[in-house]
Design a protein around this ligand. Structure first.
Ligand code: ADP
Length: 836
């Protein structure tokens, strides 16, 4: 014992008179406030008597307890009288100091039913008890509270081995238990509200989570604003809780965005079980807009701490987030529905319009066919009427494609699957292209031996699949071969369309079956197309439970493969025709349209217009002279106001090329080219007075051609008129800004075309005259500089065809002025106002 303790002992009457044994005296002295309290306590009235009478075992236990920093209480004797240390004090709150030395039953009354069996078990059985996060109810701050402890109850044995006490080491874990429980609640809210659905399901899901956490939220009421701005109950949780109308005062919480506290009795007329007298009212907002109110009951058996309030606020924040998300979803759904409706309207519109187009087209095609079949048709009419017929057929095919596509989109393209001898049917379809492939100089190989069984296909759709693939092969194959093959492979009929064409670059392969996708800049027999064909093929094949794929190598060729399963298991039964069908196929109905379209890809350009000079390839005559002067010099105008000249017409559509040529031929000398590259070669080899070019063409398009012509000194000043199917001022501006002189939109009238050509020719010729004059002046100025006499000047004037006034001006300025050859060239895009 040190002196301080000795001093303390001496100052105490009991110690002084020797009534406190040294062990306890030391323990009390080193036991902090509780040690002092134990020493001061008047033990005379206690059945235990004063400390000197306490059993040694008790003394030892108390000594251990007081010396420990752990939360320890010793229950002693049959009455389980309590002795506890400083660390333990806070865990019993208001019970201290009254509980000291008193039977546990008195001060742990609220939890006695739980505590007594545990303590008596240790006392009687001698077996230690241990538990983590043990739940107790403790009234330590004026209300019965849910508390949690890690506990270890150990027997305290006397010298004779009997057990007279229980040493309880405990550690309060209420904060951690509540924290973890609340985190779980928030996590559940997060996951249950991750996909909030509509307002109703959001409210129900939130209420269901809160209901599983009644220990923290005995009841909950969620009010959300509806479309009219009224707050309506969206979710209710809690035992026996019914939705109640939100008091007016609380509705303001939603608007003000601040929290409030309400008496629970004011809400329900009574205080629900497990709830405290108050509830927290929290605003719910969605994307910073007031969106509702959340009322959370405060638990009766939990102190309303800052942590508790924070938890409630986090619940409200989770719900706010979900409401915001739900609103965003709803807006997105609304937008998607509006777009879907618009899409449907558009599809229906296309379907209706396409359908309507077919009637007038039929009325155009029918009489045209009658006229062409009439032996009395004057000879000169055959060619234009044939062209009209061919183009009306093409239009009908385009209309049919759009109609098919619209029907597919709107789900109105119903298939009717019939047993079909697919090899023979495909072979017949392929053969319809035979003369077209021959004309194109291509071999067509059809290898379609009979299949082991009929294939269920919609024959109309199969026809479209085959015709699209073969007509594409024809379009993109400039020489070599097209192969069509049908065979049975792995329980499916397999169609292969192979070509030795331009091929498709690997990056484009995944996209060719996408709607409207076209590979830019490839060589082909025609630049015409919509990018719908392969997308339609894919949809049609998929309607047969089949697949379509492509393999391709640039400049080697492409192979399109379609597989369609045998049998009917993959098809909707109500769409399958009687299996006992005879396997015969319909006559191809659309082949004529496809073949008519290919007709113009496979003939040489405009052979029927003898006066039109066509692109003649690299052997074309060399230019007599280059540049604007050369061109103008070789185009002496005939008498009259129409300027003469040579015109180059560039278009990849043979019919249009011929049509335009025919319109211009009576007045001008016309040459034609099939695309920009062809035109550039011609225009740099031969001088033209005007170039009239289409915009969309393969290899080199119209804009590219304009740029190339303007970049070449030989063609820099040639007037260029763009001819395009793309209407609109943006297109026109684009055309003019690359350096074209004029822009004409298809369809155009013959008169308009001629007027524009004439005006641009005149302008071009004027431009050339100005350039020539400027050059003459420049040359004259150089000559005057070296003149020695007036006679010399007059000679120069005569040689350069200058007027006297001009000669005088040249003489006056000759001292310092030098004319550059190109100085003062007129701006290229000056346009004849008469054309507007
Ligand atoms: P379109 O022929 O009207 O352009 P498609 O949907 O039929 O539309 O074809 C899409 C694109 O796929 C074509 O523009 C072309 O670039 C490419 N393509 C299709 N078939 C072939 C083929 N046999 N060889 C090379 N390219 C092809």
């Amino acid at each position: 014992m040190n002196s301080a303790q000795g001093g303390a002992d001496r100052s105490h009457p009991a110690a002084a008179d020797g009534r406190i044994p040294p062990l306890l005296a030391a323990a009390f002295a080193g036991g902090g406030e509780m040690g002092a309290l134990l020493r001061e306590h008047d033990w005379t009235a206690s059945p235990l008597g004063t400390p000197h009478r306490w059993p040694a075992t008790l003394g030892n236990a108390i000594s251990t307890m007081l010396a420990s920093k752990a939360q320890i209480v010793v229950f002693w004797g049959d009455e389980l009288r309590a002795f506890y240390n400083d660390a333990y004090r806070p865990t019993i709150g208001d019970k201290h100091p009254a509980a000291l030395g008193r039977p546990a039953r008195e001060h742990w009354a609220e939890t006695w039913d739980v505590l007594e069996p545990l303590l008596r078990g240790v006392l009687r059985g001698g077996e230690a008890y241990q538990a983590r996060d043990h739940h107790f109810l403790l009234d330590r701050h004026g209300f019965v509270e849910d508390v949690y402890f890690d506990v270890s109850y150990d027997p305290v044995r006397d010298a004779d081995g009997s057990i007279n006490g229980v040493l309880c080491i405990c550690n309060e874990t209420t904060g951690r238990v509540l924290g973890e429980r609340r985190l779980r609640a928030l996590a559940e809210l997060g996951s249950e509200l991750a996909d909030p659905g509509d307002v109703g399901s959001l409210g129900r899901a939130a209420a269901a989570v809160l209901d599983r956490h009644r220990a923290d939220v005995p009841f909950g009421l969620l009010y959300l604003r509806d479309g009219d701005g009224h707050l309506r109950v969206a979710g209710v949780s809690g035992a026996g809780i019914a939705a109640v109308e939100l008091p007016e005062r609380l509705a303001e919480v939603a608007a003000s965005g601040t929290e409030d506290v309400v008496a629970t009795a004011d809400l329900f007329g009574h205080v629900p079980a497990d709830a405290a007298g108050e509830a927290l009212v929290l605003p719910i907002s969605a994307t910073n807009e007031p969106a509702g109110v959340l009322v959370l009951g405060v638990a009766r058996r939990l102190p309303f701490t800052d942590e508790y309030r924070t938890f409630c606020e986090l619940v409200a924040a989770q719900i706010s987030r979900a409401v915001g998300k739900q609103r965003a979803y709803e807006q997105e759904r609304g937008r998607a529905a509006a777009l879907a409706a618009l899409d449907l309207a558009k599809t229906n519109f296309f379907a209706n319009v396409s359908h309507e187009f077919r009637t007038p087209l039929t009325l155009v095609l029918g009489p045209l066919e009658d006229l062409l079949a009439d032996p009395a048709l004057p000879a000169g009419y055959t060619q234009p009427l044939t062209m009209m017929h061919r183009n009306a057929m093409r239009l009908l095919k385009l209309v049919n494609t759009v109609l098919d596509f619209s029907r597919l989109e709107s789900g109105r393209l119903a298939a009717h699957y019939e047993p079909t001898e697919l090899a023979g049917y495909t072979s017949r379809l392929a053969s319809t292209f035979r003369s077209a492939t021959e004309r194109a100089g291509l071999r067509l190989t059809v290898d379609c031996p009979p299949l082991p069984e009929p294939v269920l296909v919609d024959q109309d759709m199969w026809e479209k699949i085959v015709l699209n693939l073969i007509s594409n092969a024809l379009k993109f194959t400039l020489d070599g071969e097209i192969g069509v093959r049908v065979q049975a492979v792995d329980g499916a009929a397999r169609l292969e369309v192979t070509d030795t064409g331009v091929g498709i670059v690997p990056a484009e392969l995944p996209h060719v079956f996408e709607r409207f996708h076209r590979v830019p800049g490839v060589r082909s027999r025609s630049h015409e197309g919509t990018g719908i064909g392969l997308a339609l093929v894919r949809e049609l094949v998929e309607m047969h439970g089949g697949r379509v794929s492509v393999t391709s190598q640039v400049d080697v060729g492409s192979t399109f493969v379609v597989t369609v399963p045998f049998g009917s298991g993959h098809l909707p039964p109500d769409r399958v025709a009687d299996a006992a069908g005879d396997g015969t196929e319909r006559e191809p109905g659309q082949a004529a349209l496809f073949v008519a379209e290919t007709a113009r890809w496979t003939v040489g350009p405009a052979p029927t217009v003898p006066t039109v000079r066509t692109s003649t390839g690299p052997g074309a005559p060399a230019p007599a002279a280059a540049g604007p002067e050369g061109s103008a010099a070789r185009s002496p105008g005939p008498s009259g106001s129409v300027p003469a000249g040579r015109i180059l017409v560039v278009d990849d559509n043979a019919d249009l090329r011929e049509h335009v040529a025919r319109l211009l031929m009576p007045t001008w000398e016309v040459s034609t080219a099939t695309d920009g590259a062809d035109a550039l070669r011609l225009a740099t080899a031969t001088a033209f007075d005007l170039v009239l070019t289409d915009v969309m063409m393969s290899r080199l398009d119209g804009f590219g051609l304009v740029a190339a012509l303007r970049g070449d000194p030989r063609t820099r000043y040639v007037p260029i008129v763009l001819l395009s199917a793309r209407a609109g001022s943006a297109e026109e501006v684009a055309g003019l800004s690359v350096g074209a002189d004029d822009y004409l939109t298809k369809p155009f009238s013959g008169q308009e075309l001629i007027a524009r050509v004439r005006a641009n020719l005149e302008l071009g010729q004027l431009r050339n005259q100005i350039i020539r004059r400027l050059r003459a002046l420049a040359d004259a100025a150089v000559a005057v500089n070296t003149a020695r006499s007036t006679a010399d000047v007059l000679q120069v004037a005569a040689r350069h065809a200058l007027s006297l006034a001009e000669a005088v001006r040249v003489v006056v300025s000759a001292g310092g002025v030098r004319f550059e050859a190109d100085a003062g060239a007129p701006p290229r895009s000056s346009r004849p106002s008469s054309c507007r």
